[in-house]
Design a protein around this ligand. Structure first.
Ligand SMILES: Cc1cc2nc3c(=O)[nH]c(=O)nc-3n(C[C@H](O)[C@H](O)[C@H](O)COP(=O)(O)O)c2cc1C
Ligand code: SF4
Ligand code: SF4
Length: 261
């Protein structure tokens, strides 16, 4: 069983690729949490995996909350996580290990994979160039080709992009980020909005509704930026931070190229 979260599709791509390689099943964390589904039974010898993006040098809070509530009939004998990041994960492995320890579970393997950047909600944070995004996706494919057989064989390994100043970023800045930078009151729509409802459809937390044909953000946001990136007319902005920065979600480039043909 692979429990996963993804806002803009990078981690979904990873989760689906791993699931295909291991002939495993997927559980989308926000959906399971919404339905209050926390009790699962693993088959004998079944692997338990987690796949998620890195948010502020740590696993997203909603992933850790889900893990806390998760109940299994028996202790998993092989447990791993695979995460996607723009550049670096900080102390994610340590944080995840501690969360597992609290349940009496152990981490067997983990790896991070650089994927195109999705966070542009502050000044100084930008998307990758098309070229860089393409290179990251190619390298991620290579990394998965190498690591999926290792998961299949239940190897113990750790292959993480730690980065500099990890402790400060993961234990200090992460706290401030979760407290102050996930405020959806800064989201707004511009007069380009065509009332298509895509922002409602893509929000993994069902945090966006349409009112009088325009989006309204309802205060339980994880700042995945999916609503911003998927708007077909780029009508969503986050304060002034996102102005002129462009959009990305996994598969967007191919979609645009197909449309041009
Ligand atoms: C709120 C937020 C915070 C992020 N923080 C980090 C970070 O600390 N380090 C990093 O390398 N990438 C960071 N990123 C980039 C994402 O981890 C990366 O683009 C990931 O592949 C997005 O996955 P998704 O498409 O499945 O949502 C952040 C992205 C978001 C939306
Ligand atoms: S996705 Fe964009 S155009 Fe469509 S309803 Fe939302 S803001 Fe408006
Ligand atoms: S409102 Fe937008 S940024 Fe917040 S969780 Fe939903 S899609 Fe993600």
């Amino acid at each position: 069983m692979i429990c996963y979260f993804s806002g803009c599709g990078n981690s979904r791509y990873l989760a689906e690729t791993i699931a295909a390689g291991l002939h495993d099943t997927l559980v989308f964390i926000p959906e399971a949490a919404r339905e209050n589904r926390y009790e699962f039974t693993l088959a004998e010898g079944e692997r338990l995996g987690f796949v998620f993006p890195i948010y502020a040098w740590a696993p997203p809070k909603l992933v850790l909350d889900f893990l806390k509530q998760l109940q299994l009939a028996s202790k998993p004998d092989y447990l791993y996580f695979a995460c996607t990041c723009g550049d670096e994960c900080g102390k994610t492995e340590e944080i995840f290990r501690k969360a597992l320890q609290e349940k009496g579970w152990e981490l067997s393997a983990c790896f991070s994979t650089k994927m195109p950047e999705t966070y542009i909600g502050m000044r100084g944070f930008n998307l990758d160039s098309e070229e860089k995004a393409k290179q990251k996706i190619e390298a991620a494919g290579t990394k998965m080709t190498r690591n999926i057989p290792r998961l299949f064989n239940k190897e113990h390994f750790s292959e993480m992009d730690l980065g500099k100043g990890a402790w400060l970023k993961s234990y200090v800045i992460n706290g401030s980020f979760n407290k102050f930078a996930t405020d959806d009151r800064k989201y707004r729509f511009t007069d380009k909005c065509i009332s298509c409802g895509k922002c409602v459809e893509v929000c993994p937390l069902q945090n966006v509704t349409l009112e009088d044909g325009h989006p309204k953000w309802n205060g339980h946001c994880t700042m995945c930026m999916a609503c911003y990136h998927h708007c077909p007319v780029n009508a969503i902005q986050y304060g002034k931070a996102t102005e002129g920065k462009g959009q990305y979600y996994f598969g967007r480039q191919k979609k645009l190229e197909d449309r041009r043909k």
